[in-house]
Design a binder for this molecule. Structure first.
Ligand SMILES: [Zn+2]
Length: 309
């Protein structure tokens, strides 16, 4: 075989050699020739380089496709997270606007100088304390009666005036009167403490917090007008429920964690657990001067008290 013919044969075999598909004999022939022939060696290097380039290009293309796919995946995740966040934000914003609205109304209600409030609070499962509060132009009267199967019993009636240091408490049953006059009473007689409206903590931070902590929905159940029902979201053990009057932003009902437990007589076996609740009634501009006037105390036994010494 002359050199030229051998070169042609070897060069024809080079692709097969590169792909490692030659039989042992051809492989040996190529390897032997490559060691001796510079020309074929160069040809072989060229083929190797071509194959390498081709592989590189393919790898680059695959990398590029992978990169695009990864980028799309990230984009999809970000958009999903964004949508979820947006939905939460819209829900939260809706709640915040409701809280903002009723707190502003409550603040407005608290500005009134003529307020009547009635709070009916379950004390045990079979007795209810009803506290009636009258407030007119700085004068305040609070009357607490206990309602039970035995009937109505006046617990006490309190009279006070904004910023005065005196408080008169009448115990109707025993015909006794306690007149307390001291710095402590003066603190208790601040306007914001005497006014029978809960309008404390109606600041921006608290609005944000309450909108976050509570779920809010609207109901008209059994009172004939719309109110908000608020429940704590994150505290699953809590049965806290607050009803807020849409008109004046004030509480209508609070059901708390307090429970009255009733046992079977003479045992420690629980018969019933009763959720204690408080109901509120608010009226504006119905209080008269007589409602808040201190009555004639001549028939009462008066005791003067002071914690100042
Ligand atoms: Zn050759």
């Amino acid at each position: 075989m002359d050199k030229k013919t051998e070169c042609e044969i070897v060069q024809d075999l080079l692709f097969g050699y590169s792909d490692d598909v030659l039989n042992a004999e051809s492989k040996k022939l190529v390897e032997k020739h490559l060691l001796e022939c510079k020309e074929c060696q160069e040809k072989f290097n060229e083929i190797q380089k071509d194959i390498e380039n081709h592989e590189n290009n393919q790898k680059k293309q695959i990398d590029y496709l992978k990169k695009i796919r990864r980028r799309n995946a990230i984009k999809t995740i970000l958009i999903s997270v964004g949508i979820v966040f947006l939905i939460f934000f819209v829900f939260y914003l809706r709640k915040f606007l409701i809280v903002n609205d009723f707190m502003n109304k409550a603040k407005e209600s608290a500005k009134s100088n003529n307020i009547y409030r009635e709070v009916s609070k379950m004390v045990t499962d079979d007795s209810v304390a009803i506290t009636k509060e009258w407030y007119k132009d700085g004068k305040y009267k609070l009357q607490t009666d206990i309602y039970s199967e035995k009937g109505v019993e006046n617990f006490m009636t309190v009279y006070a005036t904004v910023n005065s240091d005196e408080r008169i408490t009448i115990f109707e049953n025993s015909k006794e009167v306690k007149i307390q006059k001291d710095e402590y009473v003066k603190m208790q007689n601040e306007e914001k403490k005497l006014k029978p409206v809960d309008s404390k903590n109606y600041n921006f931070i608290n609005k944000l917090k309450i909108a976050f902590e509570y779920s809010i929905h609207t109901s008209t159940y059994h009172i004939g007008r719309e109110y908000y029902v608020m429940n704590k979201i994150f505290d699953k053990n809590s049965n806290d429920e607050v009803w807020i009057d849409k008109n004046n932003g004030l509480a209508l009902r609070k059901i708390g964690n307090e429970v009255a437990i009733k046992f079977f007589e003479g045992t420690d076996v629980i018969k019933e657990e009763i959720q204690l609740k408080s109901e509120y009634k608010h009226e504006f501009d119905t209080v008269t001067d007589e409602d808040v006037a201190v009555p004639d105390l001549t028939d009462y036994k008066i005791e003067y008290v002071s914690i100042d010494s």
